[in-house]
Write a protein that binds this ligand. Structure first.
Ligand SMILES: Nc1ncnc2c1ncn2[C@@H]1O[C@H](COP(=O)(O)OP(=O)(O)O)[C@@H](O)[C@H]1O
Ligand SMILES: [Mg+2]
Length: 352
């Protein structure tokens, strides 16, 4: 598993400004005055050093050349995010952009000969945008009751790191970003092992996941929302997706963004994707509501394909079959005293 690279590049222009903040002009003037007489030879040595570093980084970049024609910025982003996968021979080429969204870009890549099978020599690389988790509406809802994971997938317990997360410093935001990626990796690994229909993860980094690619050489699998199914095909696929929801519940996972948009369809088979927002059915107090929404969205698609479904009943039946409570006990440890909603919930609970 690859863990040791940093994504320094940010495709958002404002993020670039964040990284190189405009310095205070008057401070700069004072600084220049004091350092005007810098030794000439020292300056030359620094120049030579900078030139060398520049050449080195150019060399590094040219080492990882790929077929996909990207703009200069995107190219840098790909090199920073997938460079280590390339160095460690997990992939040998980036062929095309499958989809670029607000939260992630997914690329079709080519596996090196020793790792590829004739049937499917491709891999999918999901590269997260730096502001991914900030785009997620209501991220607090998903983070409730969920550990913050470090780049090894372990819960962060270090006070300094937790403080940075709480204060949302730049370091804290970076930690949060890694945590979203790690939650997706963990969920995919757990579910793949449990036999669910999800891609297999091959490697992951701070900013990217390399997983099995679903689709053909020229076209990635479409998402199910774009597919019209025959009734004969719709019913068994619906049953299969419900079975997958059961596997998730059995492993204490609620997808959190389940819908036909996050199901790939290829040659009659389905694959569920996009797990960074997974939640725990007992630790998140909104878990049943989120699960019910997942089931409802799935049913919306399938009822258009001629399958009769009752989402609310189905959600409640599945939930209770796995022994989860429809009205969870409120764990005081999860309450935020500064949150009026939490305080109201606590009062309601206390007066029962
Ligand atoms: N393993 C994969 N194989 C093929 N295409 C994929 C794969 N994973 C994702 N995609 C494509 O990339 C798109 C975005 O991936 P997703 O994980 O849903 O991220 P987002 O958060 O941007 O929705 C999907 O809608 C799908 O078209
Ligand atoms: Mg998606």
């Amino acid at each position: 598993m690859l863990k040791n690279f940093q994504n320094k590049y940010d495709p958002d222009q404002d993020e670039v400004e964040d990284q190189f903040p405009v310095r205070n002009a008057s401070r700069e003037k004072r600084y220049n005055k004091a350092h005007r007489k810098v030794d000439q030879s020292k300056q030359q040595a620094l120049k030579a050093q900078a030139q060398q570093l520049h050449e080195q980084s150019d060399q590094q970049e040219t080492q990882f050349e790929f077929t996909y024609l990207a703009s200069r910025h995107e190219r840098e982003w790909i090199v920073n995010s997938l460079g280590n996968f390339y160095q460690e021979h997990w992939l040998k080429d980036v062929l095309r952009l499958v989809k670029g969204g607000k939260e992630a870009h997914v690329y079709q890549c080519l596996a090196p000969d020793q790792r590829s099978s004739e049937a499917n020599p491709y891999l999918a690389a999901k590269v997260y945008r730096p502001r991914m988790f900030r785009n997620l509406r209501n991220d607090k809802l998903y983070r409730q009751g969920r550990a913050n994971l470090d780049s090894d997938g372990r819960e962060i317990i270090d006070d300094r790191m937790l403080h940075a997360i709480q204060k949302r410093t730049r370091f804290g935001m970076q930690l949060l970003h890694t945590s979203w990626v790690e939650h997706e990796v963990k969920a995919l690994q757990t579910l793949h092992q449990a036999g669910a229909d999800v891609p297999e993860v091959y490697a992951s980094g701070h900013n990217a996941i390399l997983m099995s690619y679903i689709g053909g050489p020229d076209m990635a699998a479409p998402t199910l929302n774009t597919v019209e199914l025959e009734p004969d095909e719709a019913r068994p696929l619906f049953a299969r997706l419900v079975r997958n929801l059961e596997i998730m519940l059995a492993h204490q996972l609620v997808h959190g963004d389940f819908s036909a948009y996050n199901v790939l369809y290829w040659e009659g088979e389905i694959t569920i994707i996009d797990f960074p927002q997974v939640i725990h059915p007992e630790k998140n107090r909104q878990a049943f509501r989120i699960f019910e929404r997942d089931v409802t969205r799935l049913c919306e698609y399938f009822s258009n394909q001629g399958v009769v479904c009752q989402p609310r009943q189905l959600a409640a039946d599945l939930w209770t079959a796995y022994n989860y409570r429809l009205r969870p006990e409120i764990d005081p440890a999860l309450l935020d005293a500064d949150d009026p909603e939490d305080r109201a919930a606590w009062q309601r609970n206390a007066s029962r």
